[in-house]
Design a protein around this ligand. Structure first.
Ligand SMILES: [Zn+2]
Length: 204
C-alpha cells in the first residue's frame, strides 16, 4: 500500500543536509501539528514559486512586484565597478547583511564537484560570462570570487578563472578571490562580518 509518510520523507530527503532519519522526523513533526499548519505550509510552498523570480541580472530570487530586476541590481547607489560571485542565494544574503561590500553580485546556483563534467550545466557559467561582458561596457574593474573554502568551492573558483580568462585579460579587468584568512571548510553562508572584512581586504 502507498505509504504517505515514506513518500513525503523522500521529498524532504532531496533537500541539502537532510538524511533518511531527519526526513522522517520532519514528517512526524508535521503530523503532530494541526491542519492549519499544513494548510499554511502548502499555501506558502505554492507562493514561493508564483511570487518570486530569479533576477535576470544577478540570478538571486526575489519577490516579483512589477520590477524587472531585484532591489540590489536596481539600487543606484551600488558600485558598478565590482561584481562579487557567490555559489548560492544564502551566501549573497549573508554578505549583504554585513553591509561591508557595496558592489554588484552574481549567484552561480551551486558549485562544481571536482570530477564533474560539463560545469556549464551545473552552474551559470554562460550567464556569468554574458553579465561580465555587459558590465565591462559600464566600467567594470574587478571580479571578486567568493566561493566556499571547500574542494568543490575551490574547483569552482578555478573553473571561473579559466572560463573568463580571455574576457578578463583583453579588457584589463582584475579577478580576485577572497583572502584565505577564512579557514578551510568555511561556507560563505555562515561568515561573520569581521572574517568577511578580513577576507575581502586580503583578496588576491
Ligand atoms: Zn539582481
Amino acid at each position: 500500500m502507498h505509504d504517505p509518510i515514506h513518500s513525503l520523507a523522500q521529498i524532504f530527503k532531496k533537500l541539502p543536509g537532510i538524511g533518511e532519519r531527519q526526513a522522517h522526523r520532519i514528517v512526524y513533526d508535521i503530523l503532530a501539528k494541526d491542519k492549519n499548519f499544513t494548510d499554511s505550509f502548502i499555501d506558502q510552498l505554492k507562493k514561493i514559486h508564483d511570487q518570486t523570480i530569479p533576477c535576470p541580472k544577478c540570478f538571486r530570487h526575489f519577490v516579483f512586484d512589477n520590477i524587472e530586476v531585484c532591489d540590489i541590481c536596481n539600487n543606484p547607489k551600488i558600485n558598478p565597478k565590482t561584481i562579487l560571485i557567490v555559489e548560492r542565494d544564502t551566501d549573497l544574503t549573508a554578505i549583504a547583511r554585513t553591509g561591508i561590500y557595496k558592489g554588484l553580485y552574481f549567484v552561480l546556483g551551486g558549485s562544481v564537484p571536482i570530477l564533474a563534467k560539463e560545469p556549464e550545466k551545473i552552474i551559470r557559467l554562460n550567464e556569468l560570462f554574458n553579465r561580465v561582458d555587459a558590465l565591462i561596457k559600464n566600467g567594470l574593474e574587478e571580479v571578486i570570487l567568493a566561493t566556499s573554502i571547500t574542494p568543490a568551492g575551490e574547483h569552482t573558483d578555478e573553473i571561473i578563472r579559466t572560463y573568463l580568462k580571455n574576457l578578463i585579460s583583453q579588457n584589463k579587468i582584475a579577478i580576485k578571490s577572497l583572502g584565505r584568512g577564512i579557514s578551510t571548510g568555511t561556507e560563505i553562508e555562515y561568515i561573520d562580518p569581521e572574517t568577511f572584512l578580513g577576507a575581502l581586504n586580503n583578496r588576491g
